[in-house]
Design a binder for this molecule. Structure first.
Ligand code: B30
Ligand code: ZN
Length: 262
C-alpha cells in the first residue's frame, strides 16, 4: 500500500508532520481531557445509538490496526443527538492499544491512560455523498471513543479476539458478519465532546469527538491477542508485532471540551 507512516521511531507520530503538515494544525487529536476544566452545556442532549440492524461485513488488518467494516448503504445504523446536528452512519470500528503492561489509549483523562481505546467511526451522509468526501469536511465525521481498562474478561470482546488469528498479517481480510458493537458499550453513555481530527494520517480536521466517560473492562489475556497481530505482510521475512499504535495527546490550542450537564 502507499502509506509510509507507522508508530516506530522513524515513521511515528513525531515525524508525521513532514508528510502531513496538518499534524501541526490547531484542532488535532487525541487530547488530554481534564474533567474539572470541561465547560458544561446543558443544551446538549444525550447520545442516541440506532444499532439495531447493524450489519458488520468483515474484519481486516490494515497494518496499523484491526478494523471491522459495516455495510453503510442504508441509513439504519446511526449515531445522533449530543453535539450532532443530524444522524451519522457507522462505517467501521477499530482499536488502539499498548505493549504488555503499557499504556495504549489515545485520549487521556487528567493525564492518565487506559490500556486501549475503541473508535466507532461514523460519517455525515446527510451533508456529504461519500465517506471520503465527509472525511475532509469540518463536520464530516463523528467518532465515538470508548476506553478499555484491564480487569475481568469481556464476554463479547472474545468475538473479536477469537477472530484475530484470521487477520494476523497486514493486508488480510476475512468475513465477519452479524457482529453488533452495541455489546461493546459501557452501561452509561455519559460523554465528553470536542472538535478534533483523525488520529492517524491523513489527520484531517473533520471529527466531532464523543468520548464515553465510563470505560469497559477487558482482560490482559484479551489484550495480548491484539499484540499477536503483525504489521508486516505474509511475504515478508520480518515479523513485527502490532503494538503501541496510539498517538500521544496534542495541544488543545484554546479548544473547549464540553460535558453535557449531569
Ligand atoms: S480515528 O478514529 O481518528 N483513529 C480514519 C478513520 C478514523 C480514524 C483514523 C483514520 C480513516 O478513515 N483513514 C483513512 C482511510 N484509511 C482506511 C483505514 O482503515 O484506516 C486508509 C488509510 O490507511 O489511510 Cu488506514
Ligand atoms: Zn482510531
Amino acid at each position: 500500500t502507499g502509506d509510509h507512516w507507522g508508530y516506530g521511531i522513524e515513521d511515528g507520530p513525531s515525524v508525521w508532520h513532514k508528510t502531513y503538515p496538518i499534524a501541526q494544525g490547531n484542532r488535532q487529536s487525541p487530547i488530554d481531557i481534564v474533567p474539572h476544566q470541561a465547560s458544561c452545556d446543558p443544551s446538549l442532549g444525550p447520545i442516541v445509538l440506532n444499532y439495531d440492524h447493524c450489519t458488520s461485513m468483515n474484519i481486516a488488518n490494515n497494518g496499523h490496526s484491526v478494523i471491522v467494516e459495516f455495510d453503510d448503504t442504508d441509513d439504519r445504523v446511526v449515531i445522533q443527538g449530543g453535539p450532532l446536528d443530524n444522524p451519522y452512519k457507522l462505517k467501521q470500528f477499530h482499536f488502539h492499544w499498548g505493549g504488555k503492561g503499557c499504556h495504549g489509549s489515545e485520549h487521556t483523562v487528567a493525564g492518565n491512560s487506559y490500556a486501549s481505546e475503541l473508535h466507532l467511526v461514523h460519517w455525515n451522509a446527510v451533508k456529504y455523498g461519500t465517506f471520503e468526501e465527509a472525511a475532509t469536511a469540518p463536520d464530516g465525521l463523528a467518532v465515538l471513543g470508548i476506553f478499555l481498562e484491564t480487569g475481568d474478561d469481556h464476554r463479547w470482546l472474545n468475538m473479536i479476539t477469537d477472530a484475530l488469528y484470521m487477520v494476523k498479517f497486514k493486508g488480510s481480510v476475512t468475513d465477519f458478519e452479524g457482529f453488533n458493537p452495541m455489546c461493546l458499550l459501557p452501561s452509561s453513555l455519559d460523554y465528553w465532546t470536542y472538535l478534533g481530527s483523525l488520529t492517524t494520517p491523513p489527520l484531517y480536521e473533520s471529527v466531532v469527538w464523543i468520548i464515553l466517560r465510563e470505560p469497559i473492562m477487558v482482560s490482559e489475556k484479551q489484550l495480548s491477542k491484539f499484540r499477536m497481530l503483525l504489521l508486516t505482510e505474509e511475504e515478508e521475512d520480518q515479523r513485527i508485532h502490532m503494538e503501541n499504535n496510539f498517538r500521544p495527546p496534542q495541544p488543545l490550542n484554546g479548544r473547549k471540551f464540553i460535558l453535557p450537564e449531569v
